[in-house]
Design a binder for this molecule. Structure first.
Ligand code: PBG
Length: 325
């Protein structure tokens, strides 16, 4: 004990700190969310996400070059669907020539080594802005799973490496795995949003995709932020049904969940640092209240320290630039 043991010896200079550091963040840990829109030369800044853009397909090539030069290896794809294509069943989600399917093909053609993770959920395609089919104000579970399974197959056909169901219907992982295997896509992986909470931090994302629920909220399918053990139950079911990667979402407020899942399961754990987390820091930095880069790196490191093997983050490019310099 003190004074024999002096913990500050291990912090006395940067070389020593480098040698004993427990957690190392690298660009290999990061996934880049991408928002694709119809049109040409569209590069629209999302008002509630300063510095983040919706891109049209023709500009994706350039973006992929940037990601390659930063050694980023994975994208998480979302599309903004025209209002006139939306309906209750998310029919457009299954269109082999839909924006998602075209985006997957374009990325795999231009940058085949980049791993494409695709969002599987109805909300961007739903006239109600819900992740499932709506009947009399209820979100239907099993009927939705049938469409999600077809959607996953359609993404696999277009070349997706992993499908990422973000909907929180019960049993969707099993339905998706079975459909993928039946259609010969044994090598297409699943990254399930296993513990996805009904969070107010998704606000800016819903602006980005114009996907806010038209009535009610998502509390009948997304998890109650008050619950911790339930995340283990959700993850255990996803693992049993065949997910390859489990995801926790949002990030920073849910690091206890990340740590629990890491300790209890053998599969990789992903964390989604969501839109509201990004926007909060951007706003504080704009006001000069926080040091953007330092806080960003501290947050990503904290997510990794809690147990994340991979992190989906709107800061991926900013962080990769810093990590390279
Ligand atoms: C919907 C979906 C959401 C996000 C990813 N997929 C929002 C929601 O559940 O309403 C949020 C991502 C973010 O906030 O960055 N399936």
């Amino acid at each position: 004990m003190y004074p024999t043991r002096r913990n500050r010896r291990l912090r006395k200079n940067s070389a020593t700190r480098d040698l004993v550091r427990e957690t190392l963040l690298t660009t290999d840990d990061l996934m880049v969310p991408l928002f694709v829109v119809e049109g040409e030369k569209v590069n629209e800044e999302i008002p509630s996400m300063p510095g983040y853009y919706r891109l049209s397909l023709d500009l994706l090539t350039e973006e992929l070059k940037t990601l390659q030069s930063l050694h980023l290896k994975a994208v998480l794809l979302f599309v903004k669907v025209d209002d006139k294509l939306k309906d209750n069943e998310g029919t457009e989600a299954l269109n082999p020539e839909g924006l998602m399917q075209r985006s997957i093909k374009a990325i795999k053609k231009t940058a085949p080594e980049i791993q494409v993770f695709t969002d599987v959920a109805l909300d961007p395609y739903s006239s109600f802005g819900h992740d499932g089919i709506v009947r009399e104000g209820e979100i239907l579970n099993d009927e939705t799973n049938e469409i999600l399974a077809k959607m996953a197959v359609s993404h696999a056909e277009a070349g997706a490496d992993f499908v990422a169901p973000s909907d929180m219907m019960d049993g969707r992982i099993g339905a998706i795995r079975e459909a993928l295997d039946q259609e010969g896509f044994q090598q297409t992986g699943i990254m399930s949003y296993s513990a996805k909470y009904a969070s107010a931090f998704y606000g800016p994302f819903r602006d980005a995709l114009d996907s806010a629920p038209g009535f009610g909220d998502k509390k009948t399918y997304q998890m109650d932020p008050a619950n911790r053990r339930e995340a283990l139950k959700e993850t255990a079911m996803d693992v049993a049904e065949g997910t390859d990667i489990a995801m926790v979402k949002p990030g920073l407020c849910y690091l206890d969940i990340v740590s629990d899942i890491k300790a209890n399961f053998e599969i990789p754990v992903a964390v989604y640092q969501v839109s509201g987390e990004y926007s909060m820091l951007k706003a504080a930095a704009e006001k000069g209240w926080l040091d953007h880069d330092a806080v960003m790196m501290e947050q990503l490191l904290a997510i990794k320290r809690a147990g994340a093997d991979l992190i989906a983050t709107y800061f991926a490019k900013d962080a990769a630039k810093l990590l390279q310099s």
